[in-house]
Design a binder for this molecule. Structure first.
Ligand SMILES: Nc1ncnc2c1ncn2[C@@H]1O[C@H](COP(=O)(O)OP(=O)(O)O)[C@@H](O)[C@H]1O
Ligand SMILES: [Mg+2]
Length: 260
């Protein structure tokens, strides 16, 4: 479904500040696969997701979704197929618009026609229903400006908006890392339920080793701009925090595991 081949990106090449963000990264995901991404700071996790979403153009390599070559497509042309949620709750929603207005915008995003269905009662009911599953009380705040919401509410809203158009691929870049543990768990539960309900193919970066063990059909570890190790199937299902650490100690640049 998703294929990244030999993705390369070097910032400031040939200068003392040279940074290899991606150095020949390869990845394939099957339709409906939920893959967790771990790796130390600077390993290239965000770069991989940004390359897939089009936010970071590649120097070399290829990105395909369902056989279509997206490598040179700008972000907005990928937006209907690829949805992203980032770490910062301030990104992804418009603070001076209400919850309902944000959700309406998300629905219209990536659609070719500008036929606006408007915020009718039916649509408001649908939005309320989508928000109620999260458990953060957002369903009662349809007309609240998003700037007044908590970080967790805002992140949940970003998630609901990201999946509202049934994207082919959902990209999550440490989307619970800025939240307190309880809220992070709620947002994580909402994430799993969204992925299951919509049968999404998803790539989730996390620093949380427990989340990496508990969730996902497969797991990859990145290091120095490459995918170093991957696990799937029974091996992934049986993985524990300890076995992950053991396997990943075999890689050269093992520095992660801040918050297990
Ligand atoms: N826009 C950028 N400008 C310069 N260097 C960058 C940029 N984006 C990423 N990098 C560099 O690429 C490497 C990988 O970064 P990143 O993908 O953000 O890692 P991770 O998300 O795994 O922590 C780092 O060395 C980082 O400094
Ligand atoms: Mg990152």
């Amino acid at each position: 479904m998703l294929r990244v081949s030999q993705a390369r990106k070097i910032f400031y090449p040939g200068t003392p500040d040279e940074r290899k963000a991606l150095d020949g990264a390869d990845l394939s995901l099957a339709t409906g696969e939920f893959c967790v991404v771990i790796g130390s700071n600077g390993a290239g996790k965000s770069s991989l997701l940004n390359a897939i979403s089009g936010r970071m153009p590649l120097d070399e390599g290829r990105i395909e979704i369902n056989g279509a070559d997206l490598t040179d497509l700008p972000v907005f042309k990928r937006a209907a197929r690829i949805a992203s949620v980032f770490q910062d709750p301030m990104i992804g929603t418009a603070p001076t618009m209400t919850v309902a207005e944000n959700m309406l915008l998300a629905e219209l995003r990536g659609r070719r026609s500008s036929l606006s269905p408007g915020l009718n009662a039916e649509r408001r009911d649908l939005f309320r229903e989508r928000l109620s599953v999260i458990g953060l009380g957002l369903e009662d705040r349809l007309d609240t400006n998003v700037g007044l919401l908590s970080g967790g509410q805002r992140q949940s809203l970003s998630l609901v908006m990201a999946v509202s158009n049934q994207p082919d691929l959902l990209l999550l870049d440490e989307h619970t890392a800025a939240l307190d543990p309880r809220t992070a768990d709620l947002v994580m539960k909402a994430t799993i339920s969204a992925i299951d309900t919509h049968d999404l193919t998803a790539l989730m970066v996390t620093h949380n080793m427990k989340h990496a063990v508990d969730y996902g059909d497969s797991l990859i570890m990145m290091d120095s701009g490459r995918v170093r190790l991957s696990m799937s199937g029974e091996e992934k299902a049986a993985a524990t925090v300890e076995t992950l650490i053991e396997r990943f100690h075999e890689t050269p640049d093992w520095l992660m595991l801040q918050e297990a």
